[in-house]
Design a protein around this ligand. Structure first.
Ligand SMILES: Nc1ncnc2c1ncn2[C@@H]1O[C@H](COP(=O)(O)OP(=O)(O)O)[C@@H](O)[C@H]1O
Ligand SMILES: Cc1ncc(COP(=O)(O)O)c(N)n1
Length: 278
């Protein structure tokens, strides 16, 4: 029997279903990977923002990792919202204990609404404890700015940031350009310590971008779980994300500024057009 690729997400819950654990599990499912989840925090969240956060005890995060990796195992692991330094410490320790090699670290700091998802003092732990264990880290422009401590306004700035972040330990860095202003392309800069690559996709005109970062990092983990090389996993993740963004334009959920995507929209993309024409 063919083995089913297994992927684990260690992240926060988004009650609105657009980002966090929910986006990660939808992505794993859409990409044909068996998904598992370890929760770090619960958020009361919707399209308008984050109304409340409940951080889980670090010991309970450790217990969940032991349950999953001690029995089922994972071909790749992705981390998202880690909330605080104590949880980061525990996650790093467990990644070492279980010798997790294909680790994607999405250094989540804030929700699209601007609400904080990581305590500011925990950034140091993220860099020191988790980055050296990561195969891929995926900061967005704001996170890259916070990590390197300077403004990033151009592709050249993104390259420089990728170089500095690579020096913090991960083998691959993807600086996501989703927030770069005045660009009609959505270009991400990839660096492996030697070469730069640019992932260029059209910028999709949509308000449904809540959860793009989570989806992208989970799709990379799904590719790695299937045995793809990192660059190929990153390229395929970008293609999947762009296609889902395009296919998710037609609907609007909630009253906030950023709506969620429909991870399973790809197969349904033609349906509204057919209905409209006939
Ligand atoms: N409107 C858009 N059209 C196409 N791609 C986008 C758009 N917004 C974000 N992306 C892509 O989504 C991924 C996540 O990027 P970003 O939104 O910057 O991250 P985050 O959700 O962590 O803030 C990147 O590959 C980025 O280029
Ligand atoms: C629980 C949780 N985790 C992560 C994000 C970031 O979302 P995005 O993918 O838009 O950066 C979020 N809003 N909520």
């Amino acid at each position: 029997m063919k083995p089913l690729p297994r992927a684990l997400t260690i992240a926060g819950s988004d009650s609105g279903g657009g980002a966090g654990i929910q986006a990660d599990l939808k992505t794993f499912g859409a990409l044909g990977v068996y998904g598992m989840s370890v929760l770090t925090a619960l958020t009361a969240q919707n399209t308008r923002g984050v109304q409340a956060v409940f951080e889980l005890p670090p010991d309970f995060v450790a217990a969940q990792i032991d349950s999953v990796l001690g029995d089922i195992g994972a071909d790749a692991v992705k981390t998202g919202m880690l909330a605080n330094a104590a949880i980061i410490e525990v996650v790093a320790e467990k990644m070492r204990e279980y010798r997790v090699e294909r680790l994607v670290v999405d250094p989540v700091m804030r929700a699209k609404s601007g609400d904080p998802l990581l305590r500011p003092e925990a950034q140091e732990a993220l860099i020191r404890r988790l980055f050296p264990l990561a195969m891929v880290v995926t900061p967005n422009l704001h996170e890259a700015r916070a990590l390197v401590g300077r403004e990033l306004r151009s592709r050249e700035d993104m390259r420089e940031a990728a170089r500095i972040i690579h020096g913090m330990g991960p083998r691959w860095v993807v600086v996501k350009g989703g927030h770069l202003e005045g660009d009609d392309r959505s270009v991400d800069v990839v660096f492996d310590g030697r070469d730069f690559y640019e992932l260029d996709a059209p910028r999709v005109d949509t308000v449904n971008t809540h959860g793009t970062g989570c989806t992208f990092a989970s799709a990379i983990a799904a590719g790695l779980a299937k045995g793809l090389a990192p660059l190929e996993a990153i390229r395929q993740a970008k293609e999947y994300l762009t296609a889902v963004l395009q296919a998710s334009r037609a609907f609007k959920l909630g009253g906030g500024a950023y709506g969620p995507m429909d991870h399973f929209a790809l197969g349904k993309a033609e349906a509204p057009a057919r209905a409209a024409s006939g």
